[in-house]
Ligand binder design. Sequence first.
Ligand SMILES: NC(=O)c1ccc[n+]([C@@H]2O[C@H](COP(=O)([O-])OP(=O)(O)OC[C@H]3O[C@@H](n4cnc5c(N)ncnc54)[C@H](OP(=O)(O)O)[C@@H]3O)[C@@H](O)[C@H]2O)c1
Length: 251
Amino acid sequence: MPFDFRGKKVLVTGAGKGIGRGVAIALNKAGSKVYALSRTKSTLDSLVDECPDIIPIVADLCGWEDTREKLEKIEVLDGLVNNAGIGGHDYDAVDCPKEYIKHILDNNLLSAINCSQVVAKKMIEAKVKGAIVNCSSTGSLAAFPKGLPYNVSKAGMDMVTKQFALELGPYEIRVNSVNAALVSTPLVQSLIERGTLSENTFSSRMPMGRILTLEEIVDPILYLLSEHSAMVTGQMHVVDGGCMSNITVKV
Ligand SMILES: NC(=O)c1ccc[n+]([C@@H]2O[C@H](COP(=O)([O-])OP(=O)(O)OC[C@H]3O[C@@H](n4cnc5c(N)ncnc54)[C@H](OP(=O)(O)O)[C@@H]3O)[C@@H](O)[C@H]2O)c1
């Protein structure tokens, strides 16, 4: 879908691989100045090889203070995509260790709060009418085997979206989430390889009969960042091929 982000400045977290990388490239093509934050330098290097205008930031979002320091140095932004996230599907709920749960919440949930605080404060001070998009999941809406920490992190993210939308609305800063079902990315490939999930489990529940392509989640993220969604805020935008509307196992 053609979007025009000329003159805009957007930070994408977890931009080294998967959805974040797709969003960073699409924003770059649409004319935005893009700050791409990720943990592993080599993936950002290859992103910059592909799109030399993109500005890389190597950071581990689990480091609260280090992340704040790095983000404080960036200019005022128009948009933020809180995309960085990891899977957390190693334990049944009754066996899941405290440190494991804390790590997933730190990585997937607290990181988004931290980035939103720094970026939104600067937007408020500069009177910028910005937009924040959080990458949640259908896992925030329904349980999945061994999904306790991941799904709780995403359910928490949905409330982060609503809470920030409420408090930032008066400054005309919008906050929404995309809640995708399964998208083919390195994260999903690793879960499939480990036998944690199968593509067929999801696609057979989807009225659309297949999992999402990268573009099919990137476009909704750009829509929510763009002025095309000027009065949309505090929303969980479910992008799931109809999966969550269906109670049958096989469509
Ligand atoms: N794929 C799906 O089906 C799906 C569905 C619903 C929601 N989501 C959500 O969408 C987001 C992206 O998923 P994806 O499938 O694109 O994942 P992915 O392929 O694993 O890519 C995630 C990216 O985030 C980075 N990252 C993770 N934790 C980080 C941290 N603490 N600090 C900095 N960077 C970090 C990773 O860095 P490294 O290169 O160092 O690993 C990687 O570049 C996640 O929040 C995920 O929960 C995905």
